[in-house]
Design a protein around this ligand. Sequence first.
Ligand SMILES: [Cu+2]
Length: 136
Amino acid sequence: MLKGLIVTLTLGALTMVGVFTVTAADMKPIHTQKTKDVTVTLQNESGQWKEGKNSFVLEFTAAQDKKPADVGKVSLNTSMGMPGMAPMVSGATLTPDGPGRYRGTIEFPDRGTRQVTVTWDGPEGKGSTKFSVPVR
Ligand SMILES: [Cu+2]
């Protein structure tokens, strides 16, 4: 009984360490976009978007001093043109997660290159940028 409890606690502690390691270090860039005022970095654990549900982190740093930029309200939308069809669009759900940092989820019904539009509007500026990202 006691032995079982100790094993459970140890596993719990290991799981927590795992979670912290992933959030802090194991992010790979999917795309980095430099604009006049800010650099936008889209990243996740694999460095790729895939078909289905994806989670990611979007970071904004000031172009001048590379410090986190307070860009306020942010949106990320994607579109894929398909022959003979209306463009397939999907938008991300974004949650603020510290200065200049947002956690996001997005779902893609198929593979193919997405045109991504990121917009921001906050104390450190207002703007938007477009780039493409493959969904593999
Ligand atoms: Cu499509």
